[in-house]
Design a protein. Sequence first.
Length: 490
Amino acid sequence: MNSRSAVWLLLAATLALPARAAERNAWPFWVGQEDERTGEVTAAQALGPLLVQRTGKAGAETQVWRPFFLWQKTAAGEQGHVLYPLLSWQRTGEHDASFSLFRLVNSRRTTAADGAATGGFDVWPFYFSRTTSEPETSYRAFFPLSGTIKHRFGKDELTWRLFPLYAHVTARDGRETTHAPWPFVRLVDGNGHHGFELWPLAGSRGREGDYRQQFALWPLLHRQERTREDGVHTSIGVLPFYTRDTAPGYRNENYLWPFFGHTERTAPAAQAYRETRYLWPFLVQGRGETRHVNRWAPFYTHSVAKGYDKTWLLWPLYRRGAWQGEGVAQERHQFLVFLYWANVQRSLANPAAAPAYKKHLWPLVSVWDNGAGRRQLQLLSPLEVFFPHDDPVRQLYTPLFALYRYDQRAPDDVRWSFLWSAVTRRRTSQESEFHLGPLYGAQHTTQGSRITLGAGLLSWRRAAGERRWQFSAFDFSRPNATPGAAASSP
C-alpha cells in the first residue's frame, strides 16, 4: 500500500456525501442535491436529518430513516440494519446471505462456485447448526442438553451431554479431552497425548518429545516443559512466592508474584533485553536493542517496543504514541483517553507533503484533513471517537448531532451547513450558493445570478454583464438554470 493510500485510510471515518450538485432547499420538509448536468436528484433529506436518500455510480443507493433503519445497495450486494446493532442482514450475489439479531441469533447461507450450498443457524448459547452437502461436516446441537459442533471455535469437534456432566473436545492437533464433569475431571488421550487431571487439586498431561504440564492446587503450583526448535522452554511457579520461565538465551523470574521480578534475554543478540520490576506495574526499568521501558507510574512512562514509541504523563491524563508502517509515520495524542484525541499521519516517502490528521474534542467537535485539500468538521460529535470504523453508527447516529458541518473537497470547493441544512453555503471557483431554508436563496455563477424567496415563489434573475434584474413569480425551475431564461412577470 503506498503512502497516499494509507493517508486516505485515515478518512475512513468521514461521512459519505454525494457529488457536488445544485441545491433545492425546502427545509425542514425536504432538501435535495441535483446533478448539474442531468437535473437528477442525487441526494435528499427530509425532516431535518431523519430521512435521507442517496444515489451513486453503478446503481449504488442508500436509504436512511434515522435512527431506526439503514439500507445500502452496491454492485456487490446489499445490506441493512434496523435499530443497529439490534438487527442486521446482508446479501451478496443471488445466493449468499446472512442475518443477525444482536449477534445472538445468526443465520448464514453461502454458495460455492461449484454450486455446493452451506447454511447455518445459531441461537446463542442454546442452539447451533450447520448444513452442508457432506453429513460429516453438518450438525445440530442443543446446549446444554446434547449435541456436537464441528470445526468451530478453534476445535475439530465439541460434544456434550447434559453439560457440565459430560463434554468431549477434539483439538486440531489430535488431542482429545474428556470432561466428566467439567471442569473438575479431565482425561487426555489421542495422537500420543495422555493425561489425567482432578482440577483444582492435581493433574498431569503431556506428549513424548513435545510437552509436559503438571499442577497441584491450581494455580498455586505448576510446572511446564515444551520442546521447540531452539530447545526446551520451562515454566515453574510456586505462587505467590516465586515463578520462573526459562528458554535458550532467556530467563524471567518473579518474587512475591507479580510485584518484584527480573527478565534477561541474551539470544538472539538482536533481541537482547534486561528488565527489572519493583512493585509491578508501577516501577519498571528495561533496556534492550529494540525495546526500552522507563516506567514510574502513574507519573511518567516511556516505552519503545516493536517500533511503537509510547509516553504517559500522570496516567490517564496524557498519552502520546508514535509508530511507522506502510510508508506512513503516525503520531497520536490523547488527553484523558478520549476528551482530546488526535492522530496525525505523515508520508515517509515525501516528508515535505502536508500531514493528514483526524482530531476529536469530545463531545464538541471532530475534524478530518487528508493533507491533499480535503477537509471536514462536525459540531457536535459525541460518537466518532468511540466508533471510528463503524459505518452503521456513522450513517445512523452521528448525523443526528451534526448541528454544524463544514466540508472542503478542494481549496476552491467548500460547503457548510447549520441545523441539518437549515442554513447552507457553498462556494467554488465558478459559483457560490446560499440558502436560508426555503425563505431565501441566492446563487451566483459565471452566467449570472439568481435570488429566490419562498423556495421560488418569488425570484429575480440577472445574466452576467447585465444590470437589469428580471422578476418572476412561481419560479420552480432548476436552481442552476441559465439566469434570465425565465420570463419577467407583467
